[in-house]
Design a protein around this ligand. Structure first.
Ligand code: NAP
Length: 454
């Protein structure tokens, strides 16, 4: 894919970029390696205060940064602003908590004194997606750099201006040269970078095939890898739930980021007793979402990020309908410029069809009617993914069942799934390996060093 800004609202190519040559990449790897030598020895308190300054720069430049994200990938301006704000939050969180998360831990053993010290690994490559073009990067970079690592960002090829803006944010906050750098390269350049001895570890947020490719190379090089991959999150609604609220949250949970979120609710698994009432409200909410220019304040649903993504979503919906699913709303691209797709709801999804098996990355919801909690959990767990899950119920026994039996990295009850710097985030099954955020996230890219004194 060319490295370019193509406005998804109009389809117009606004700017193209030359990829960095191998030589230019090597220069940046050398700079990262040099920077790490000092950065790892910079006191944590100093690194933390620089991270606070990153948050201040994000606050100061929020409006410009938000407009850039909306321009490049089409999310609504309100959600771009909220994303930048959340990035400042994650920086402040680690500025405050890194010292506590990384404090030495004394462990009793046969030694007279033994403890664990959390030490940085070195330059870490971050291969990132376009869908939350700031958040995905900052939720890696804030903890990783606070811990004393240095970051190398390979961002998605459709958000190059955001990628460069992020590098500028770190520079403006006073980060030394080489501590955070953007590499303008395509996916094809990633293997060589992972294999470079100067790169200590790699993290990827993105699709399963990209994750497999990165993990394969990291495995061959015996380098630590964190993967945050796709999801087809279940959203379960039981008879004791507040159905009005469940339907309202369900619409928000499906439509977030124009439907392009890994933790968007994608499969709505509803008990038969409340299925009709929920469906009526849900379909009305989905079709009532105002579609339009994401720069306009009144818009709830903007375009998909690229033409290819819209094409893939349309093919999945078409195949699911051909397999026998019932179309309750939408089901086609919107007739206007740009990569818009109508809010879509399908029901009676046959086994084996894409709507049941795959991740649908756009405003298309799959409805399932179930007769019991056992059936609800079985349907929820039937995909190969295990990222997030949400359940609406006011029955404590059901809450306990969902908490124990849903195969996911998190279970949110009576609310939608959302990441939070204070809570660990990640998936099981094909949704990924490792965790981001909270103490768990900052301890991913460290050497857990045991020190024992006889
Ligand atoms: P993608 O195609 O996998 O792209 C993500 C990043 O990987 C981009 O920087 C891309 O570069 C790069 N890439 C692609 N193929 C690669 C390869 N073979 N080797 C190395 N790098 C490669 O993903 P996407 O379609 O942009 O993003 C959507 C996916 O990300 C969805 O599945 C979504 O669920 C997932 N996601 C997961 C999380 C999470 O936290 N679990 C969060 C957000 C998104 P180019 O752009 O240059 O191709």
């Amino acid at each position: 894919m060319a490295i370019a800004t193509i406005n998804p609202t109009t389809g117009e190519t606004l700017r193209t970029f030359e990829a960095h040559t191998d030589r230019e990449v090597d220069d940046r790897l050398a700079a990262a390696s040099r920077a790490f030598r000092d950065w790892r020895l910079t006191p944590l308190a100093e690194r933390a205060s620089m991270l606070s300054r990153v948050a201040d720069v994000l606050d100061r430049d929020a409006e410009d940064l938000a407009r850039l994200a909306t321009l490049e990938m089409g999310k609504t301006l309100a959600s771009s602003r909220a994303e930048v704000e959340k990035c400042a939050f994650v920086c402040r969180h680690y500025a405050q908590e890194a010292e506590r998360y990384l404090a030495d831990e004394t462990i009793a053993s046969n030694a007279s004194r033994s403890w664990v010290s959390y030490q940085p690994l070195g330059p870490v490559l971050a291969v990132m997606p376009w869908n939350f073009p700031y958040w995905q990067v900052f939720r890696f970079a804030a903890p990783a750099t606070a811990a004393g690592n240095v970051g190398l960002l390979k961002h998605a090829s459709n958000v190059p201006q955001v990628a460069l803006a992020i590098e500028d944010v770190f520079r403006a906050a006073g980060y030394p040269d080489g501590v955070f750098q953007t590499l303008l390269v395509g996916g094809g350049a990633v293997e060589r970078i992972i294999r470079d001895p100067r790169v200590a570890a790699v993290t990827l947020t993105g699709s399963e095939p990209a994750g497999q490719s990165v993990a394969r190379t990291a495995g061959e090089e015996i380098k630590h890898v964190v993967l945050e991959l796709g999801g087809s999150d279940p959203f379960l609604v039981m008879p004791s739930a507040d159905i009005d609220r469940a339907a309202e949250v369900a619409v928000a949970a499906r439509m977030i980021n124009n439907g392009q979120s890994c933790i968007a609710a994608k499969r709505f698994i509803v008990h038969a007793d409340v299925y009709d009432a929920f469906t009526e409200r849900f379909v009305a909410g989905m079709t009532g979402s105002a579609m339009g220019d994401p720069m306009d304040e009144g818009t709830a649903l903007g375009p998909l990020a690229t033409e290819a993504i819209r094409g893939e979503l349309a093919a999945q919906v078409d195949a699911t309908v051909r397999d026998g699913a019932k179309l309750l709303a939408g089901g086609k691209a919107a007739s206007r410029d740009g990569w818009f797709y109508e809010p879509t709801v399908l029901a009676d999804i046959p086994e084996g069809s894409p709507g049941r098996q795959e991740e649908l990355f756009g405003p298309a919801a799959m409805l399932f009617k179930v007769g019991s909690i056992d059936e609800a959990i079985a349907v929820a767990n039937e995909t190969r993914f295990g990222l997030g899950s949400a359940a609406f119920t006011n029955d404590e026994a059901e809450v306990a069942r969902f908490g124990r039996d849903l195969e996911a990295g998190c279970v949110f009850v009576n609310t939608m799934v959302a990441s939070d710097p204070r809570l660990p985030f990640g998936g099981v099954k094909r949704s990924g390996v490792g965790r981001e955020l909270a103490g768990h996230g900052i301890r991913e890219f460290v050497n857990v060093k045991t020190i024992a004194i006889a």
